[in-house]
Design a protein around this ligand. Structure first.
Ligand SMILES: Cc1ncc(COP(=O)(O)O)c(C=O)c1O
Length: 395
């Protein structure tokens, strides 16, 4: 045991030496457009709370009402005694949102992605995946027995090649999977081209729209709506932990046979507790809010445009795009980390990412804009960025 613990401590030391040891900043209150850190209110510019619902009065009330009506939890998986009509209502609400046959809830989108591939495919099948897909997709694919084909990031020629190869190597069924939005860049997958390629090679397409549901498209339906191909993505996975209330939970939504197979066979569903009523109640209210009024979606989009324009005008290197994820590229990892620290000192909380999370030389501060931000919040953030960048010789 002693040797084992010494080994682990040595591995942790290596993280410190490589400056990749992660520390956590404890918020002293709720997640919102401003948060309390070390006794001070700072602009929160690094959260996935895209619609600003994490601390919204309607969402808080819905969570509390769900506890009052349904209790704290189920003490069970869904198929034994863990299904309340509340869970069925949330699944029906998500299906209404996506205009799909059915939806299955998981305790996270990580679990949803972990469930999908091993359950829906067998050893005779193929899975074709973008190289930069989220870690949960990569791990989910590792659990599957199907043959794996990884295509270069957003490279449609390589996707076409891999789909062809899967077919020529005799795959029974082919499943293609992409993030709708890639979270390090706020970059959208070219869904119209991906859909066309899947149609040409008779592949089933799964899109993980965790960073798009509620915030992209005129009605907040996500990447497919944004790119004019609404209704053409057969299977979506998504999270309840970002725009849609920011609590936790995930889902797969799509054709009845897909959802039914997952309900019967997927291990994270069969062997893990059902969503707590407070979480289900909060998520349902978030979907209702987006269904009945797309104005929050319009606000986060307008805030993203405003922040991107102001930062670009100030001279920062911002990759072109529309998403509220706004990467501010500074190059060096240590510089990104130091700037993040100084920005927090100046009242703006934004995370720095460096190698190996992003390629060498592409370290960045990743700003994330919310519908809850006021123009004052965003102006303050831009001013702090300019000040800190000048101090570090970036501007
Ligand atoms: C694309 C993508 N998929 C899945 C997840 C996991 O979501 P959850 O927090 O619901 O497990 C994330 C979260 O970072 C994500 O960005």
């Amino acid at each position: 045991m002693q040797e084992f613990l010494q080994h682990l401590a040595g591995e942790i030391d290596k993280l410190h030496e490589a400056k990749t040891y992660k520390t956590e900043v404890a918020l002293e209150g709720p997640q919102d457009h401003r948060v309390r850190v070390n006794g001070r209110d700072v602009v929160m510019l690094t959260s996935n709370n895209y619609l600003g619902l994490a601390n919204h009065p309607r969402i808080r009330r819905a969570a509390i009402a769900a506890v009052e009506a349904w209790g704290a939890g189920m003490g069970s998986v869904r198929f034994i005694c863990g299904t309340q009509t509340l869970h069925k209502q949330l699944e029906a609400t998500i299906s209404r949102f996506y205009e799909t046959d059915d939806t299955i809830l998981y305790s996270s989108c990580w679990n949803a992605n972990e469930a999908c591939f091993a359950t829906l495919t067998g050893a005779e099948d193929a899975i074709v995946s973008d190289e930069l897909n989220h870690a949960s997709i990569i791990d989910g694919i590792r659990l599957a027995k199907a043959k794996r084909y990884v295509y270069k990031h957003n490279d449609m020629t390589d996707l076409e090649g891999k789909l062809k190869q899967a077919r020529s190597e005799g795959a029974r069924f082919v499943l293609a999977i992409t993030d709708g939005v890639f979270s390090m860049e706020g970059e959208l997958a070219p869904l119209p081209e991906i859909i066309a390629a899947c149609e040409r090679h008779d592949a089933a397409l799964v899109v993980d729209d965790s960073h798009a549901t509620g915030l992209l498209g005129a009605r907040g339906r996500g990447t497919a709506e944004e790119l004019g191909v609404w209704g053409k993505v057969p299977i979506h996975t998504g999270t309840l932990g970002k725009a849609m209330g920011s609590a936790m939970g995930g889902y797969v939504t799509g054709p009845r046979a897909v959802v039914e197979t997952l309900r019967q066979r997927s291990r994270p569903y069969l062997f893990s507790n059902s969503l707590a009523p407070a979480v289900a109640g909060a998520a349902m209210e978030a979907f209702r809010m987006v269904l009945e009024d797309p104005s929050r979606t319009a606000t986060v989009q307008a805030n993203a445009r405003y922040f991107r324009e102001r930062m670009t005008a100030a001279g920062f290197r911002i990759p072109r795009g529309i998403h509220p994820i706004v990467p501010v590229i500074v190059g060096d990892t240590a510089l990104a980390m130091a700037m993040g620290k100084d920005l927090l000192e100046r009242g703006v909380y934004v995370s720095g990412f460096g190698f190996p999370v992003v390629p060498q030389g592409h370290a960045r501060l990743r700003a994330q804009v919310s519908a809850a931000h006021t123009r004052e919040d965003l102006d303050l953030a831009v001013a702090a960025f300019v000040e800190v960048a000048k101090q570090h010789g970036v501007l």
